[in-house]
Design a protein around this ligand. Structure first.
Ligand code: R5P
Length: 264
């Protein structure tokens, strides 16, 4: 079975042993959004009636939320309870008719479906470029199964190696102090720490929890991810970071040559 298309950026030898190609190569060139939708629809095949579901946030996860709503309307799914990971997903879920609840009521979820900003060959993730990392991490760490859905541009060899942001949610109090501490923490990796701002008015971006986001950019590999994770979380002022280590149980990747499902 040809799996050469499942490439982790920068990887010499992608780890694809446990992958399964589930659709044949398509002759049509698909847009990135169409690929996201294909991955999302594939993930929704894991959903069964009666499940308590973690509903992710972002341009990929929104296709899954829409699909679940559609199947509920068609009567193909019944008795679903959704736990949204952001205010935006909350609104979307209501609009498509998914009954909602929260972690206080359902501390253990059957399944969560969500996108990611980066995925490494071990299914570690960077999340939070949409700003929802804290609620996502709370919900997705309470799930028996966590299905991650991406198009193939999200695959990387090392987290933080794509040159894009590694988000850290912090309290607004003395944010410059916290940003500087984070920068110094990863000085050897050439870290730049930037407060996320709304592009329209330059005001700080505020999360659903009333916090700020510091985006970390690295010139070099940050080394052991667990060590980096623990160190960030020990810093007073930090609420959570966007590294989701050892949480995903299944990865669904949609690419030009088809859809691949990889189980951990
Ligand atoms: O905060 C946002 C979430 O972590 C998203 O799941 C992640 O950013 C991926 O989003 P998208 O599917 O839009 O690329």
């Amino acid at each position: 079975m040809a799996l050469a298309h499942l490439q982790f950026i920068g990887s010499d030898k992608p780890n694809v042993d446990s992958c399964q190609m589930v659709s044949s190569p398509s002759p049509v060139i698909l847009t990135q959004d169409e690929l996201k939708k294909i991955a999302a629809y594939k993930a929704v095949e894991f959903v069964e009636s009666g499940m308590v579901l973690g509903l992710g946030t972002g341009s990929t996860a929104c296709h899954a939320v829409a699909r679940i709503g559609e199947l509920l309307k068609q009567g193909k799914l019944k008795n679903i309870v959704g736990i949204p990971t952001s205010k935006k997903t909350h609104e979307q879920a209501i609009s498509v008719g998914i009954p909602l609840s929260d972690l206080d009521t359902y501390p253990i979820l059957d399944l969560a479906i969500d996108g990611a900003d980066e995925v490494d060959p071990y299914l570690n993730l960077v999340k939070g470029r949409g700003g929802s990392l804290l609620r996502e991490k709370m919900v997705e760490s309470a799930c028996k199964k966590f299905v991650v859905i991406v198009d193939e541009t999200k695959l990387v060899k090392h987290l933080g190696g794509s040159g894009l942001a590694m988000p850290v949610e912090i309290v607004p109090f003395c944010w410059k102090f916290t940003a500087e501490r984070l920068r110094m923490m990863f000085m050897d990796a050439g870290c730049v720490a930037k407060l996320r701002r709304f592009s329209e008015n330059g005001e700080p971006f505020v999360t659903d929890n009333g916090n700020y986001i510091i985006d970390l950019y690295f010139e070099k590999d940050i080394g052991d991810l667990k060590v980096a994770s623990d160190e960030i979380l020990r810093l007073a002022g930090v609420v959570e970071h966007g590294m989701f280590l050892d949480m995903a149980t299944t990865l669904i990747v949609a690419g030009e040559l088809g859809v691949t499902v990889k189980n951990k």
